[in-house]
Design a protein around this ligand. Structure first.
Ligand code: ME8
Length: 521
């Protein structure tokens, strides 16, 4: 039976160009979506932009233009950047899309009719960066901890969503489903929020229009617009046709979100409560990643301090940049980005480990086997070891990716490649070929077949991470188009698929060695 896999990135604020953190999240989701497509799951990959709220209104006011103009500019920048980087999203949603506005209003009315919204005067310290009133623990030295800016004292009458009454069942759900929020540290963080009596109150979900007009109007009070977070979360439902669209129920059964660690609270607390109140089952998983830090002292002026994904693509190629992001950051932990780190990693893994294995194998296949996948002889112990490692690495990649552990999946693939490189060194077909006996010829043929077949397994497994490189490898080892019909993990777990006699092709290095960066101080 086909399973549904519905995966989302956060929707990005339209107040600046895409940065490394957003590129990382989208690359992770792209990788998961590509894997699940290859696994035969009905896959839907959603990304987009979060366009309402004060942050955008503030930028517009500074520039003296309408908020929609600012939103259009940055939504276009995000979309065109994602297109340039080749992300395979199925929908790019904008919270100004008419279907989204209609869905938000339907849901607001539903929650209101259910008696879960009340009206009250409220006074407190408000941070525009967070788009909410702060509690004491959100502040340090009079400033918002996250945004390092002074909050404003505000007094307003607003609508509130009764979330506190839902904490008990939500905590119970999180306790009973250990992988609902993952990795574990963020699950504990969510539980702590729910158990801390003085922490979270009910959620203010409105803004008076006389203060902020840039938002979705409340259907039950035209003097107010909806709080940007309440509007934003609903994008995950709008995008697949909630409530009555033909694909909604099927896709929603496979829903999971990928977010950064600063937006756990809305996704782990507000969102499940809203889903329950409107009668929609909870999502399956909330996958939370850490932060990229860029140590400015280590990035020289001439290279620029801003990690712009388009500049990285131009400088290193997007597959190399993408590989570094996915491999270097352990999903859930923080990582620091340096170009030296990127260069070292790309040279070691892609140029050496993968690239050299491919070029050596292809060169020897050209030289000793007439440029065709050779017919292997009976496998020895070393061949059996490699053949048995294939189903193991396929299983590991499947398991890690289903838990959103992208770096672990890559680690497993590169351990397999290490083993294949060691195997090739041990067999040393370039030595064996010198003997020129029937037996040594058979050994060379068996070794090269094993090496080509290991590259086939690698190319299939690496396709979700390196979508441009994988088909090139397959084409060169005599299996062009293999990805079009492949099923993962099964086709990578199978051994002996390459057809002897299939033509192989030498070619340019996949990842030419990058020269270490020259520093200018
Ligand atoms: O939060 N490293 O949008 P956003 C890694 N519109 N991730 C980072 C990062 C960094 N240095 N800096 C930011 C929003 N992020 C809302 C989301 S979803 C219904 C609404 C991540 O554009 C951050 O954690 O400010 C978040 O997941 C994402 O970038 C988008 O941030």
């Amino acid at each position: 039976m086909t399973r549904a896999f519905y995966v989302t990135t956060p929707i990005y604020y339209v107040n600046a160009e895409p940065h490394i953190g957003q590129t990382y999240a989208t690359a992770v989701v792209d990788t998961l979506a590509r894997y699940h497509r290859l696994a035969g799951d009905e896959t839907f990959f959603l990304t987009g932009t979060d366009e309402h709220g004060e942050k955008v209104a503030e930028v517009a006011e500074k520039r003296g233009v309408a908020p929609k103009e600012v939103a259009d500019q940055y939504a276009k920048a995000f979309r065109s950047t994602w297109d340039t980087l080749g992300f395979s999203y199925d929908r790019f949603i904008r919270t100004t899309d008419p279907d989204h506005i209609a869905t938000v209003q339907t849901i607001l009315q539903k929650v209101y009719d259910a008696g879960e919204i009340y009206f009250q005067e409220y006074e407190g310290l408000y941070c525009i960066g967070c788009e909410r009133f702060l509690t004491e623990r959100d502040m340090q030295d009079g400033l918002c901890r996250d945004h390092e800016r002074a909050p404003e004292q505000r007094k307003e009458s607003n609508y509130f969503f009764r979330i506190t009454r839902h904490f008990a069942w939500l905590a119970d759900h999180i306790e009973k489903h250990p992988d609902f929020i993952r990795p574990e540290g963020f699950r504990n963080e969510a539980l702590a929020m729910l158990h801390d009596e003085s922490g979270l109150g009910d959620l203010c979900i409105s803004r008076p229009k006389d203060r902020l007009a840039w938002g979705i109007e409340l259907p039950f009070d035209r003097d107010y617009v909806c709080y940007v977070w309440f509007d934003a979360l609903i994008n995950y439902l709008t995008a697949i046709g909630y409530p009555a669209g033909p694909n909604f129920e099927r896709l929603w059964k496979g829903a999971e979100h990928v977010i950064g660690k600063d937006i756990v609270k809305p996704h782990a607390i507000f969102w499940p409560i809203l889903l329950r109140v409107i009668g929609v089952p909870l999502y399956l998983h909330l996958n939370v990643h850490g932060y990229w830090t860029v140590d400015e002292r280590k990035v020289s002026k001439s290279l620029g301090n801003k990690i712009d994904p388009l500049v990285m693509k131009q400088r290193y190629g997007f597959e190399a940049f993408r590989y570094f992001l996915l491999r270097h950051m352990v999903f859930g932990l923080d990582s620091s980005f340096t170009e030296e780190g990127l260069v070292a990693r790309v040279n070691a893994d892609l140029a050496n480990n993968l690239g050299n294995l491919l070029s050596r194998t292809l060169n020897m296949t050209a030289r000793y086997a007439g440029g065709q996948v050779p017919e292997p002889g009976p496998p020895g112990d070393l061949e059996i070891e490699i053949a048995e490692a294939a189903p193991q690495v396929a299983e590991k990649v499947d398991r890690h990716l289903r838990r959103c552990q992208v770096s672990r999946a890559l680690e497993a693939i590169f351990e397999f490649l290490d083993a294949v490189n060691r195997y090739l060194e041990t067999r040393a077909p370039w030595q064996a070929a010198k003997a020129g006996t029937a037996e040594s010829d058979r050994l060379v043929a068996t070794t090269l077949y094993t090496s080509c077949e290991a590259l086939r397994v690698t190319a299939l497994l690496i396709a979700p991470f390196l979508p441009e490189t994988a088909p090139m490898i397959l084409e060169r080892i005599g299996a062009p188009g293999a990805l079009e019909t492949a099923r993962l993990p099964d086709d990578a777990a199978r051994w002996g698929v390459l057809r002897p006699g299939a033509p192989t092709k030498k070619g340019e290095a996949l990842f030419p060695r990058i020269e270490p960066l020259e520093r200018d101080g």
